[in-house]
Design a protein around this ligand. Structure first.
Ligand code: EPZ
Length: 437
């Protein structure tokens, strides 16, 4: 199958699609299964490439991963073994998940090897918080040319950690390590994203003792043994927001089965302010463009409960269709506006700035990062030949191509398969005129 999608744009998306479990939770829950003495069952798993990558990594360590039916994984860690670093290396550059295997592997095997990490190119994405946290638990970190070797000669002990920034990955690292470390761990300035709450729910089902205070403090009492879990993954709120923005940008009307309100509160407020309409039902949320003009807004991305950075890219495409000047300040990643270049080629008016515009100054303010965008609209988008830069930026390009008049060629759509389940089929179900090129 080719890696190019030909999009005949200019018609609204209409129809109903079903969403499944969150990519950024499912992969972590799969890793958590390594901590159990008995098999786990994870339900509502999407068929996306990242699940395949984590499956491969777990299998390399002796975990048997079986797919049952359409969306359930059985994960059996009873035969966990040390993988050969050369095999793990084959996964280098494909995902950021390997770093999260450290805690579970240290508990199970006493050592872990992490290849060079992949993931989207949206900033430097260092792993200093991860490594510093592991050191505080008593791990020894050796940097090798091929990756990082981590051992725990004296075992892992509970500790006090304060994150400089409420990093999602570092919070997950601490959780996955602390649950079986000896004694109590206190994590300050933790991330509290819904995907983390669901990971905590999984760990609690496994036997962990974890409390979350209102002030971003998480306390974990280590236990000697964890069992497998049975869990239904929360819905992917990034996928939901992406399709909602696609409906808005194309003046369409979509029903997203499985989308849930509590995890999307902040998005729903912004969607309404821009002029989009939604209707929350028991089995999902309907999003639509009510006709007339969309309104410009001033917006800042932030950690939960703020407006997610992953919602920013699809929303910016919808903002090209709003009347007036919108300002978007990205405070989570320093380099997440690269995708706007293609939008400019398609006729959008977007300028990016180094300054913190439209809100409080952030940690990127006095540095050389173009992390604020000014979008003037509405702009008539026209077709183009574009190449997908990263997962969310790629989906945003797809939205732009759907909203544009004429036929666009979108190259590199394999990247979108990493996080959007069967998006080609879903586009067809919503009446989009697309074909593989
Ligand atoms: C997760 O990345 C998600 N990925 C990202 O989704 C998401 O954008 C991000 O959380 C924020 O919500 C997965 O869950 C696999 P962070 P993560 O650690 O955990 C800095 C997508 O498209 N930082 O919260 O890697 C970092 O550079 C992806 O689905 C350090 O400085 O994000 C960033 O500026 C993209 N040192 C900020 O913290 C560290 O050791 C937040 O990153 C770790 C992070």
């Amino acid at each position: 199958m080719t890696d190019t999608l030909i999009v005949h744009g200019g018609s609204p998306l209409h129809g109903r699609i079903r969403l499944r479990g969150a990519k950024n939770f499912v992969s972590k829950a799969m890793v958590a299964s390594l901590l159990g003495e008995t098999p786990s069952r994870l339900r509502n798993v999407p068929q996306i490439r990242d699940v395949g990558v984590v499956t491969g990594l777990l299998e390399l360590h002796g975990v048997s991963v079986t797919t049952v039916g359409d969306d359930t994984l059985l994960l059996d860690p009873t035969e966990v073994e040390t993988a050969h670093s050369a095999d793990i290396d084959a996964h280098a550059g494909t995902s950021r998940i390997p770093i999260l295997l450290c805690g579970p592997l240290l508990h199970r095997l006493g050592e872990a090897f992490i290849p060079d990490l992949g993931g989207c190119k949206i900033g430097d994405r260092p792993i200093n918080y991860h490594l510093e946290s592991l050191r505080r638990f008593g791990a020894v970190v050796d940097k090798l040319p091929s990756g990082i070797r981590i051992t725990a000669p004296k075992g892992l002990k509970g500790t006090k950690i304060e994150l400089e920034f409420p990093s999602v990955g570092a919070t997950e690292q601490v959780l996955l390590t602390a649950v079986r470390a000896e004694g109590v761990t206190e994590l300050k300035n933790a991330a509290i994203e819904p995907e983390i709450a669901d990971l905590i729910a999984v760990l609690q089902k496994m036997g962990a003792i974890i409390s979350v205070d209102t002030d971003r403090v998480i306390r974990i009492e280590g236990v000697d043994r964890l069992e497998g879990y049975d869990h239904y993954a929360l819905t992917d709120r990034i996928e939901a927001a992406s399709w909602a923005c696609a409906a808005l940008a194309t003046r369409g009307d979509v029903f997203l089965e499985g989308a849930t309100q509590p995890e999307m509160m902040t998005f729903l407020n912004v969607f309404r302010k821009v002029g989009g309409q939604f209707d929350v039902r028991d089995d999902g949320v309907r999003f639509w463009h009510p006709g007339g003009d969309l309104r410009s807004i001033v917006l800042e991305t932030d950690v939960h409960p703020g407006f997610m950075t992953d919602w920013q890219q699809p929303l910016v495409v919808a903002l090209t269709q709003a009347s007036g000047i919108s300002i978007v300040h990205e405070t989570v990643y320093e380099n997440r506006f690269g995708f706007t270049e293609a939008l400019r080629e398609m006729g959008a008016t977007i300028q990016v700035y180094r300054e913190c515009l439209g809100g409080a100054s952030c940690r990127f303010g006095q540095r050389n990062f173009q992390h604020s965008a000014v979008v003037s609209g509405p702009s008539k988008l026209h077709s183009a030949e574009i190449t997908v830069p990263d997962l969310r930026g790629g989906f945003s390009h797809l939205i732009a191509a759907l909203a544009a008049e004429g036929t666009s060629k979108v190259h590199g759509i394999g990247l979108i398969d990493r996080g959007y389940e069967r998006f080609g089929e879903k586009l067809a179900a919503l009446g989009a005129m697309v074909e593989r090129g």
